[in-house]
Design a protein. Structure first.
Length: 366
C-alpha cells in the first residue's frame, strides 16, 4: 500500500519493511496520480486534455508525426529549424562518441559512490567527453538547467572566444566537438555549441537519472535480475519522459469527441505505466515481469515514445545505463539504508533528486 508523508505527494513501491522507501512526488504530479490514475482521458486545463489510456494514446501518437516544436531534442535552435537529415547526422556523431566511450576499459578503481544522479552524470561526462575543452564541457553543467538564459550566455561567451578549441595533451577531440572546431563563423560556432549541448547533455542527464531511479525503486536486486529488465521496470514506474505534448490538431477530435479542436493533448506515460487495468501489481517494482514481456510491443508501455517515432537515443542510453548498473552491483554499492524518502521534483526529466550511494560498511545512516 502507498504510504503517506507529511510533505504531501507520495507514492511507494511495495518492498520488505527494512527496505521500505517513499518516493515523494512533486505536488502536481502527485495530484495527477491521485485524481486521474486509471482514467483514459481527463481535462487538465481549459485548453489541455490529458490522455493516459493505452489504446487512446496509441491512436493519438499514430495520428501524425511530432512537429518540430514538439520534438524534445531537435527543436529549432537559435531560431533555425533542424532538418531530419541534420538531426540524424548529429545523432550519428554522438553515437560514435558513445561507442568509443563504451569500448574504453573502465578505470580499475572506479568508485561510483556519492550522491546520485550527479555522481553518474559527472562520470558519464568524463567518459564521453574525455578531454574536450572547458568551454564545451561546461555545457554539461546541471546548473544550466536552472534557466535557459544561462545556457544561452555560456554559448554566446564560448563562441566569441577567438582561439580554436584544442583537446587536452595526448588526446583527441570527440566527434561532436569537431563540429564546433570546424565551424567557421561566430554564428556557426554558436550553433555548433548549441548542438553539442543538445546531443551530449541528454546522454549524461538521462542515463544518470535512469540509473538513480532504478537503484532507488528496485534495489537490492536479485542476483538473477537482468540489468536491462531492471531499467525497463524503472522506466515503467518513473518514466524520465513522463509526458509527451501534441499541440491541437484536427486529427485528435476526429479520434475522440471529448477532445475539442482547440485542445492540446498531453500524453501521460506516468499514468499509463501504472494503469491497474494493464499491469499486475502496478506499483510494485518487479523487473522479472520483463522476462516475458517485449518492451517494444507491450500496450501502454512507452518510455521511449511511440513505435512510429521512437527515441533515437535509446540505443545509446541502454548500454550506458547497463554498464553503470552492472558496475554498481558488482562493487557492492548500496542505497544508504538510512535514506527513507527521495523527492521527485517537477523539472524536465522525471527522477529522484538525490539518493546516497555508498559501500555497505560505511553507509548505515545518512
Ligand atoms: C532515459 C533516456 C531517454 C528517454 C526516456 C527518452 C525518451 C524519448 C521519448 C519519449 C521520445 C519521443 C518524444 C515524442 O514523441 O514526443 C524521444 C524522442 C527522441 N529522443 Fe529520446 N529519450 C532518452 C534519451 C535520449 C538521448 C540521450 C538522446 C540524444 C542523445 C535522445 C534523442 C531523441 C531524439 C532525437 C528523439 C526524436 C525526436 C526529437 O528530435 O527530439 N533521447 N525520446
Amino acid at each position: 500500500m502507498p504510504s503517506v508523508s507529511s510533505t504531501g505527494a507520495v507514492l511507494s513501491v511495495a518492498r520488505p519493511p527494512h527496505h521500505r522507501r517513499t518516493t515523494v512526488l512533486a505536488p502536481r504530479l502527485d495530484a495527477l496520480m491521485r485524481e486521474h490514475l486509471g482514467k483514459d482521458l481527463v481535462r487538465l486545463e481549459p485548453d489541455t486534455i490529458g490522455v493516459a489510456g493505452a489504446e487512446l494514446s496509441d491512436r493519438i501518437l499514430a495520428a501524425r508525426k511530432a512537429t518540430e516544436t514538439e520534438r524534445p531534442t531537435f527543436k529549432p535552435l537559435h531560431g533555425r529549424s533542424i532538418s531530419k537529415t541534420e538531426a540524424s547526422s548529429v545523432m550519428r556523431t554522438i553515437g560514435r562518441d558513445v561507442r568509443e566511450a563504451l569500448r574504453q576499459p573502465l578505470p580499475e578503481r572506479l568508485d561510483l559512490s556519492g550522491p546520485w544522479p550527479i555522481t553518474g552524470h559527472l562520470f558519464l561526462r568524463d567518459l564521453l567527453l574525455r578531454d574536450d575543452p572547458y568551454r564545451l564541457r561546461i555545457l554539461m553543467s546541471r546548473k544550466l538547467e536552472i534557466d535557459p538564459k544561462l545556457t544561452w550566455t555560456t554559448i554566446v561567451a564560448g563562441a566569441a572566444l577567438p582561439r580554436r578549441p584544442k583537446p587536452g595533451p595526448g588526446s583527441q577531440l570527440t566527434h561532436i566537438a569537431r563540429l564546433f572546431a570546424e565551424a567557421g563563423s561566430y554564428d556557426d560556432r554558436r550553433y555548433a555549441m548549441g548542438m553539442y549541448r543538445r546531443a551530449a547533455a541528454p546522454v549524461c542527464f538521462t542515463v544518470s537519472t535512469l540509473v538513480a531511479n532504478a537503484l532507488w525503486l528496485g534495489s537490492p536486486f536479485a542476483d538473477t535480475a537482468s540489468n536491462r529488465n531492471i531499467l525497463y521496470e524503472a522506466m515503467r514506474l518513473l518514466p524520465p519522459s513522463w509526458n509527451l505534448l501534441r499541440n491541437r490538431s484536427p486529427e485528435y477530435p476526429a479520434i475522440d469527441d471529448r477532445i475539442g479542436p482547440g485542445d492540446d493533448v498531453l500524453l501521460l506515460p506516468l499514468l499509463t505505466h501504472r494503469d491497474p487495468a494493464l499491469w499486475e501489481d502496478p506499483n510494485e517494482f518487479r523487473s522479472e515481469r520483463w522476462d516475458t514481456l517485449d518492451p517494444d510491443d507491450t500496450p501502454g508501455y512507452m518510455p521511449f515514445g511511440h513505435v512510429s517515432e521512437r527515441c533515437w537515443g535509446r540505443h545509446m542510453v541502454m548500454p550506458l545505463a547497463e554498464l553503470l548498473l552492472e558496475n554498481i552491483r558488482r562493487s557492492g554499492l548500496i542505497v544508504a539504508p538510512g535514506q527513507r524518502t527521495a523527492d521527485v521534483p517537477l523539472v524536465g526529466l522525471l527522477g529522484v533528486q538525490k539518493i546516497h550511494l555508498g559501500h555497505a560498511s560505511k553507509v548505515r545512516h545518512v
